[in-house]
Ligand binder design. Structure first.
Ligand code: GDP
Ligand code: MG
Length: 407
């Protein structure tokens, strides 16, 4: 029987939706990470490029893939957007525009959906809630490319920096590398997602949890699609001649901490920030840009069309407005003329009828007069209509000059 409880159950099954994007240079372990995160071979590994094609730039392909996960009793409908080939080109501007274009298109779709009178019940919100930026484990500091990309993408998406293949660094190298990366992020004021909390408003647990996660940044990632037996238990790990690196062991990597944050503890937070702040910023920029002559949005973000000059846009829209006004003026003038013409015609008809009435009255008076003196012979008919050949009375409105109706 369908009742409130079964309705609640159905609602629960719907679960929550989350979209993450993985960006980083080829070979930093993005695909392995996604497959480790979802515990299944969700994304295929890139086929090695044949030597004779190595010089060809393939561009990047943006591939959203969906998977249903069960996290702590909650169904998570996860969409992973992979951006293979990033950083492989000599010109990264194109790659950057592709990623930014993708992010902004999802915002545009929401904006269009919000302004529809009738909502599309099948509309799917594909906004990216978190972008994991894979830093190459160089052991030095951030590269210019990393700084530039994170700095430009962060106003549109929650950027979470991670170090790919972190097991290639020793613990002390990793510690120093993390510190230098965060110093760069701070120095260049890159607005990454840093597990925000309010020391006065939030409860102690939240403050503690968020500051711990913040201290781990950038997260050291180790991924593996293989299981290895450790103490008789199968664990996801990477086996080397000198030992085993366990994916889920917090002593070996930050993978588990990041996974829990993304899919459980901070899932709603990244979604809220995406909607309330990042999308809202995009929306107001977009709307203010569309106002005539407003160049406020110019220079912000790189997703906008750089080929449109705000001045040209303003001149063009003034010209369109002028043409519109002129067309409306012409239409009004035409209407006025037609009304005047019709009015004059009506007046002429009325005057003709008046004249006819007057001549009828005169004839009637004449007839009565001659009736009383010399009656007409009964054979002669009396016609009120002027006889052919007889001059028609001149029609003059209000007794004035003849009119052509237009004056
Ligand atoms: N050492 C190490 N190697 C990894 C890790 N994750 C992936 N790899 C290896 O790095 C290579 C590239 O990984 P892949 O996931 O395809 O990288 P992608 O190009 O960024 O998608 C493969 O040989 C993986 O086995 C990791 O955490 N540590
Ligand atoms: Mg890959």
């Amino acid at each position: 029987m369908a009742g409130p409880s079964s309705f609640a159950a159905r609602r629960k099954v719907k679960g929550v939706q989350l979209t993450i994007m993985v960006v980083g240079q080829s070979g930093t372990g993005r695909t392995t990470f996604v497959n480790t995160l979802c515990e299944q071979p969700l994304i295929q590994h890139q086929q090695p490029v044949a030597p004779e094609e190595a010089h060809l730039e393939s561009g990047i392909r943006i591939n959203p893939v969906q998977v249903e996960l069960e996290e702590d009793g909650v169904r998570v409908s996860l969409t992973v957007v992979d951006t293979p080939g990033f950083g492989d080109q000599i010109d990264n501007e194109f790659t950057f525009n592709e990623i930014m274009g993708y992010l902004e298109r999802q915002y545009d779709d929401i904006l269009a959906e919000e302004s529809r009178i009738k909502r599309n019940p099948r509309f799917r919100d594909n906004r990216v809630h978190a972008l994991l930026y894979f830093i190459t484990p160089t052991g030095h500091a951030l590269r210019e490319l990393d700084i530039e990309l994170m700095r430009r993408l962060a106003p549109r998406v929650n950027v979470i920096p991670v170090i790919g293949k972190a097991d290639s660094l020793t613990p002390s190298e990793l510690h120093d590398f993390k510190r230098r990366v965060m110093e760069d992020i701070e120095y260049y004021s890159i607005p990454i997602y840093n597990f925000p909390y309010d020391a006065e408003e939030d409860d102690e647990d939240t403050i503690q949890e968020n500051s711990e996660l913040r201290a781990l940044m950038p997260f050291a990632i180790v991924g593996s699609e293989e299981e290895v037996e450790v103490n008789g238990q199968p664990v996801r790990a990477r086996r080397y001649p000198w030992g085993i690196v366990e994916v889920d062991n917090p002593q070996h990597s930050d993978f588990q901490r990041l996974r829990t944050a993304l899919l459980q503890t901070h899932l709603h937070d990244v979604k809220e920030i995406t909607h309330d702040f990042l999308y809202e910023t995009f929306r107001s920029e977009k709307l203010s840009r569309s106002l005539v002559g407003d160049s406020m949005g110019a220079g912000y973000g790189a997703g906008q069309d750089a080929s449109v000059n705000p001045e040209d846009l303003a001149t063009q829209s003034v010209r369109i407005k002028e043409e519109q006004l002129k067309r409306e003026e012409d239409k009004l003038r035409e209407l006025e003329l037609r009304t005047q013409r019709e009015l004059a015609e009506r007046r002429q008809e009325l005057l003709a009828k008046e004249e006819l009435l007057r001549s009828l009255e005169a004839r009637l008076a004449d007839a009565q007069h001659s009736n009383s003196s010399t009656p007409l012979p009964p054979s002669q008919p009396q016609s009120p209509i002027p006889q052919q050949g007889q001059p028609h009375p001149v029609l003059t409105p209000h007794g004035g000059a003849p009119t052509n109706g237009l004056q």
